[in-house]
Design a binder for this molecule. Structure first.
Ligand code: SF4
Length: 464
């Protein structure tokens, strides 16, 4: 693995990776196919591994299935129907904490002196090492290096003492520092919880026969479930087929991750009452007002720049055209033996549409710049194809600081804007101009109060 990494993947690791997606359901009907569909809708949040657990109340039996890769590869269809029961949960994983591979696939199951807890987690716990040490001091030994296991074991050990989920979960939440949207199965019942800052999303949906909780509302849409509301910050909720009921609450204040709006969530999801696609278009409009330029065509970097580019085009009146075609069939682990071939890798993935580019002044729009290498190659490629000028516009303000809440930006040195000025980045990309959204422009476009958003990776000031 290490060797391949040195050689460089076609996937340049330029894009920020999602953390995970969670889905839980309590129903009056069998749930395995509903969980399966819900996970499909959340596939964009994690492609490394997936898992499902169901509970058959009549037989008192848990069933589970796990696998690596995309859902279509992770689960064998004939094994799915063996997952009996009316309650269950699922998880799609991209590892940000804990090692990769099937060992840390979720939902994870733990048991402390016979008290079982099944848990699916989206987020990251910053103080997991301290909590792991404290568990060991009490004779409870985690089997993995996963922060989610620390939550599950802490909860199981408290449930042993209290036999009350709300009280136990509340106590665990008071110890946790970080981001967590959780779905938990314990003592035959299904629960959900969101951290006191609501950093990662979690929402509730309802059909006639089922109550659903999921990372994003698109997972409700696929079941025909009505979006009831987002789970509030610090809420602990019990889920039955008829309703989601708050059983306890830890006081907090919102700090929703701004990146969910800019890039992570699907455009057709609603987060805190805002439709993500509309927010992205508004960011593009704001970007056009903040960084206008004389140009002939607005070109998105597919797929992440599309909605922002559309907004930029509508506001500026410069026509929008697809000037880069994406090859969707290039595998992630296509090995690029040298730096030169990595450039070739970008070309294999994205190819200019000559008629759109040649002789034109191009506004090239993307959601964010992390390392800044890929954008430089794309600018170079467009100029080689005869673009007269390339003006880069970026929806996210400069990312200057790491994220500790479940996103794979762990060190400052990964980040182009941590040490370089915007002009230095522009020079390194070869763009004729470079404009980022301002923080205020971004916040206004999202349409929520500034104080209710996490902007940690932009400002270095974190909610916890
Ligand atoms: S630091 Fe950035 S990526 Fe991480 S949660 Fe906050 S806004 Fe999101």
């Amino acid at each position: 693995m290490g060797k391949l990494k040195e050689l460089g993947y076609l996937d340049s690791e330029e894009k920020i990776k999602h953390s995970c997606g969670v889905f839980g359901i309590s129903s009056s009907q069998e749930v395995y196919s509903l969980i399966y569909s819900g996970l499909y809708a959340l596939q964009h949040r994690g492609q490394e591994a997936a898992g499902m657990v169901t509970w058959d109340e009549r037989q008192g039996k848990l069933s589970s299935i796990y696998g690596s890769g995309l859902i279509k590869d992770a689960f064998e269809p004939k094994k799915l129907s063996r997952l009996k029961g009316n309650v269950g949960m699922g998880h799609v994983r991209y590892s940000t904490a804990g090692s990769k591979g099937v060992k840390n696939v979720q939902p994870l199951k733990v048991s402390v002196h016979g008290k079982k807890v099944i848990l699916a987690h989206n987020g990251e716990i910053a103080n997991a090492p301290q909590l792991r040490r404290s568990l060991k001091q009490r004779g409870i030994w985690p089997k993995s290096n996963s922060d989610s296991e620390v939550i599950a074991l802490s909860l199981a050990s408290l449930l042993l003492q209290t036999n009350d989920f709300g009280t136990s979960m509340e106590q665990v939440m008071r110890q946790l520092r970080g981001a967590y949207s959780l779905i938990v199965f314990a003592d035959g019942e299904l629960f959900a919880a969101r951290d006191p800052h609501g950093i990662r999303p979690l929402c509730i949906g309802q059909t006639e026969r089922s109550c659903v909780v999921a990372s994003e509302s698109v997972a409700l849409d696929i079941l025909g479930a009505k979006l009831v509301r987002d789970v509030g910050e610090g809420e602990i909720i019990k889920i039955t087929p008829q309703k989601a009921e708050i059983i306890a609450r830890v006081k907090g204040s919102p700090s929703y991750c701004m990146f969910e709006y800019v890039y992570f969530a699907r455009g057709d999801s609603f987060l805190q009452g805002k439709e993500v696609q509309a927010v992205r278009e508004e960011i593009g409009r704001s970007l056009a007002r903040e960084h206008s330029v004389e140009a002939d065509v607005v070109v998105p970097i597919p797929d992440s720049g599309r909605s922002h580019a559309l907004g930029y085009s509508r506001e500026s009146g410069i026509p929008y055209q697809e000037g880069l075609m994406k090859n969707r069939y290039v595998p992630r682990t296509f090995i690029m033996p040298t730096q030169a071939k990595r450039k070739f890798g970008v070309r294999l993935k994205l190819n200019p549409v000559k008629g759109v580019i040649r002789g034109k002044r191009v506004v090239l729009v993307d959601d964010s710049i992390v390392r800044g290498t890929t954008i430089g190659w794309i600018v170079h490629m467009l100029k080689n194809e005869g673009a007269k000028e390339v003006h880069v516009r970026i929806a996210t303000p400069p990312i200057r600081a790491p994220c500790y809440f479940g996103i794979n930006m762990k060190t400052k040195k990964q980040l182009a804007a941590s040490k370089r000025s915007i002009e230095e980045i522009r020079l390194s990309t070869g763009a004729d101009s470079l404009g980022y959204s301002s923080i205020d422009g971004l916040v206004k476009s999202i349409g929520l109060p500034k104080g209710s958003l996490c902007l940690g990776c932009l400002t270095g000031k974190y909610p916890t």
